[in-house]
Design a binder for this molecule. Sequence first.
Ligand code: AMP
Length: 467
Amino acid sequence: MCGIFGIHGHDEAANIAYLGLHSLQHRGQESAGVVARDDKDGRLRRHIAMGLVSDIFSREQLDRLPGRAAIGQVRYSTAGSSELRNAQPFLFDYAGGSVAIAHNGNLVNASTLRSQLEAGGSIFQTSSDTEVIVHLMARSREVDPVARLRDALSQVEGAYSLVLLTDDGKLIGARDPHGFRPLVLGRVKDAYVLSSETSSFDLIEADFIREIEPGEIAVIEHGGLTQHRLIATPVEPRFCVFELVYFARPDSQLNGQSVYRAREKMGTKLALEAPVDADVVIPVPDSGVPAAVGYAKQAGIPFEMGLIRSHYVGRTFIEPQDSIRHFGVRLKLSPVRSVVEGKRVVVVDDSLVRGTTSRKIVKMLRGAGAREVHLRISAPPTTHPCYYGIDTPTRSELVAASHTIDEIARYVTCDSLAYLSHDGLMEAVGAARSGAGFCSACFTGKYPVALGRQDEAVLVKLRRGSV
Ligand code: AMP
């Protein structure tokens, strides 16, 4: 879970990258960084730090990143690897020059490749899978950086959306052949921009041009763009449906659709599939809002804000200790007594992972006088961890992996619980029932790209925080 950004051909490249990262902040809050290319000598300069974009870039720091091209990243890492050495963009020198790289996604054969590279003498400086791409590029026998990149990417498997900046003045955007993670292309004045989401285009007043296609390498230099293919025959696209369910910002346009409208439709379908007599529909803010709007409209039940979210607390999702997480939910959300008191309440959230959040919310609503609490989840049960870049806990922590819906309802102590069906989700995002075009492995366990044994072991350790 990361956000990446790139710009080429703008007098204030680093400033624009800073703004772009701001509107990708929801994709990662642990570290951020920008690399800019100085036009005078091609030198790549970098500023990275742990923390939020607004906290880590000062005017002076941005002034120290001159040039007309820049890339940046915001990072959300798993517990064990949250440290500065893993903050991106990475900047490296090799025989062919200097390159900076920022990555969103997760490679499924990184650990295997890393062992092979280490056996051949490579010395890794980070625990990030992205560094594997760096080493493969450095070892490639190709000369041109684009050819080196293609060579490296032909050996990695899994999910990657990438932006790269080279000292010879190229901005490169690439997406894996399945296109798991998003990457969009836009234009502001004469500059090209690449971003994980269109939300950053709105902020910097860039026009959306198109998505970088799955399996495409787009090379921007001298004001022009050339397209290269990663593989000769395209494979089936597998855009991550969880981007539409939860992860992306609702004001973004991704995979040809409005994220907000997709979520609203999920709510509409949910109301059709799982109606209930109630007095009020309330969302779990912010992620449940569009689906709750859809649910309320379809059900003809008033929509109200029965929970208020404090915007001054950090994320609580991945806190390692349950006790802290419990506390965190109360810090983040509080009930509005005048909305829920004496009412039969439908509460809509986008997903239920461990169940900790929902359990707390149900308790809070009852404490505020709700007569009945009906929980509606605008996605199917999360039964499998993601291997392609969404931060999900291990299978044993996913409550739906080992409990029936009735058992989960008892655990979260709601009066009724219903999830959107997989077919309903697929209809809401405009896919065929079979789910063509999307990856929904977290709901089905059908992984489009298999994970090697060694890599699985490493991912499990990472999630437990022991790496
Ligand atoms: P849980 O308490 O584990 O059931 O967490 C569910 C809540 O976390 C829901 O409100 C979701 O919106 C949110 N959520 C789901 N997936 C993620 C994720 N990968 N990262 C952060 N938050 C998430």
